[in-house]
Design a protein around this ligand. Structure first.
Ligand code: PBG
Length: 325
């Protein structure tokens, strides 16, 4: 035999020298669920090792992750039921948990990139991402609320606002609103191709944002489609997005790959709550090793073309990453 590919796999040194893809702490963004109050830590059903934390505890954990090389975090608010309403009023409170958290985090850890999610579902009593009339999710009316929400986050110091609502025209609407207020340095990380996936269940449990009626299929994308993701990517680019996102990640590696080829913008992938929870459930039953499976999963997402990844597994695999680097 003249050709023996196994020669390049013989020793650890050779395997490292011939490695094509790398996973570093700097490729990962850690999500946080923030609750009001002090020293609060609440477990979330079905979401192993992920907790709702008050700002003081988020601060501690964010500092710890940043010291270990993590460069970004993304924040999600947990809003008490009594503060939710039909029109997401709490989303526009400048003293809400997110604006407060952004101000404190940027003050105490200025080198950490802070991203906020822009959508109405944490704040609406019905759990939808937009305003609703007769069970229809209103597009253009929702954009006005999203603009105001993004301005509050940006004025608080968010590095990126990340619209996850999937309303048409949201990226352009946010860019115009930010620029009109002189906030041209605030970036837009667009949830470009966000699919109507069944993998968001633990996230909705964390936020208490389960839907009161219907589903999100009239705004989130059909999992059957890939060309449509490229249309969304083109529109987001034209409207001024700085970074494009594919979500979920592992079931949608083909989308990550195609979007990377079709666009010149950086590509982010969101390894979502259900992707995390499935592995943790199997780990707890002794069926596999979560740390190793997450390493492989995140490496595969990078191999497909993601420049960085939002993942709940970030804290879990940092030790492994420091051992391999
Ligand atoms: C809100 C939002 C969702 C996620 C991120 N932002 C849920 C949804 O659209 O229902 C999901 C994240 C995850 O599952 O980890 N628009």
């Amino acid at each position: 035999m003249l050709k023996r590919p196994r020669r390049n796999r013989r020793t650890s040194a050779i395997r490292s020298l011939t490695e094509e893809t790398f996973l570093r702490a700097a490729d990962l963004v850690a999500p946080f669920f923030i609750v009001e109050g002090q020293n609060r830590r609440e477990p979330i059903a079905g979401f192993a090792q992920i907790e709702r934390l008050s700002l003081d505890l988020v601060m501690q954990e964010a500092k710890r992750l940043h010291q270990q090389g993590v460069l970004g975090i993304i924040l999600f608010p947990v809003i008490p039921t009594e503060k939710k309403d039909e029109i997401a009023s709490a989303a526009l409170d400048p003293e809400g948990v997110i604006p407060q958290a952004v101000r404190a985090l940027k003050r105490e850890i200025p080198t950490l990139c802070v991203i906020t999610d822009i959508a109405l579902d944490p704040f609406t009593s019905h759990g939808h991402d937009g305003l609703v009339r007769h069970e229809e999710i209103l597009n253009d009316e929702t954009l006005e609320v999203l603009q105001k929400m993004a301005l509050i986050h940006a004025a608080s110091g968010a590095d990126f606002v990340a619209p996850s609502d999937m309303m048409d025209g949201r990226v352009g609407a946010l860019r115009r609103a930010l620029d009109a207020q002189g906030l041209m340095h605030t970036g837009i990380l667009s949830y470009t191709s966000k699919y109507a996936s069944s993998l968001y269940a633990p996230f909705r449990e964390a936020l208490g944002s389960s839907l009161r009626f219907g589903d999100k299929k009239t705004y989130q994308m059909n999992p059957a489609n890939s060309r449509e993701a490229l249309l969304e990517a083109r529109l987001d680019e034209e409207e001024g997005a700085d970074i494009l996102m594919v979500k979920p990640a592992l079931f949608y590696l083909d989308i990550i790959h195609r979007m990377k080829q079709a666009s010149h913008l950086p590509i982010c992938a969101f390894h979502v709550s259900g992707e995390y929870a499935m592995v943790m459930a199997a780990h707890e039953r002794g069926m596999l090793n979560a740390e190793k499976v997450f390493y492989e999963a995140l490496l595969s997402i990078k191999r497909a073309g993601a420049d960085f990844i939002i993942s709940y597994a970030t804290p879990l695999i940092l030790t492994l990453l420091s051992r391999t680097s």
